[in-house]
Design a protein around this ligand. Sequence first.
Ligand SMILES: [Zn+2]
Length: 342
Amino acid sequence: MPVANYEIYCRMLERAREGHFAYPAMNVTSLTTANAVLKGLAESKSDGIIQVSTGGGAFASGVAVKDMALGAISIAEHVHRVAERYPIYVALHTDHCQADKLDKLVIPLVEETEKRRAAGKPNLFNSHMFDGSALPLKENLDIAVKLLERFQKNDLILEIEAGVVGGEEDGVVGKASEKLYTTPEDTLEVASRLNTIKGGRYLLAATFGNVHGVYKPGHVKLKPKVLKECQEAVVKKYGEAARFYLVFHGGSGSSVEEIHEAIDYGVVKMNIDTDMQYAFTRPIADHMFRNYDGVLKVDGEVGNKKTYDPRSYLTLAETAMAERVKLAVTELKGVGTTMYKA
Ligand SMILES: [Zn+2]
């Protein structure tokens, strides 16, 4: 199916919250990883989200160019074309974008969507994250308000973050502090600022001890109850319509019980990057170790073209990553939930 349009994406998110499941949002950096996500989602009969980070976009544009918006556009255009061959819906999203990078990623992508809409074409991306978590909440929301006003006119959904996700992702290291846990007061402030924008839709990455990267089980002290408290506070003050659509960042190493509890409190999107990276690389490592004297020209030999052809190991990597996508869908209770009807 084509990439989800605005109406379908909104309905996807509503169905997830009502039905107590969540969509995996997988970071991709290449055609191969994007294809892996589509394969995994299709085999799970689940819709899902493909996302591109600032670093992923830069990588996708090529080491000589390093233009994050250009790389993100390339991946998105590829997905728009090949998604037609898969019987599920996929939404396109961009991940963490700090205030100083908005002009390099989010704004050029919004401009690209505006250009397309003016020409009667569908949006390129469905949603973008602005990560103002390093800023004081007021400044974070000042920027978010401006973005949401512009997004609303273009059928784009905004993701924001209140609180800080610990750990490291894409070279950005989160600070360990009390901000690892979003407070109900913070989220009331978010609602008071963003809910006044008529027609604006947003996702909230509220933090509850999440850490980017991977840690051994038990290392991460998650408190999903924080999400429950935030939802109860906002519904009490602003009514049921204000209930948040929540995003779970830094979920690698979380238990299935913690993930399910977070879903019960309104998580509809769970970002999965680190676990996908490992799933992709694991069979490549295996291939190289097993075919050492084929992938290398050892002792004056010529190696084995069949084993150093990148397609040989990238096919294994794509297949393994697709399997990891299927596991993610299962853990997020999304198997068989696609809205697509053949
Ligand atoms: Zn994140």
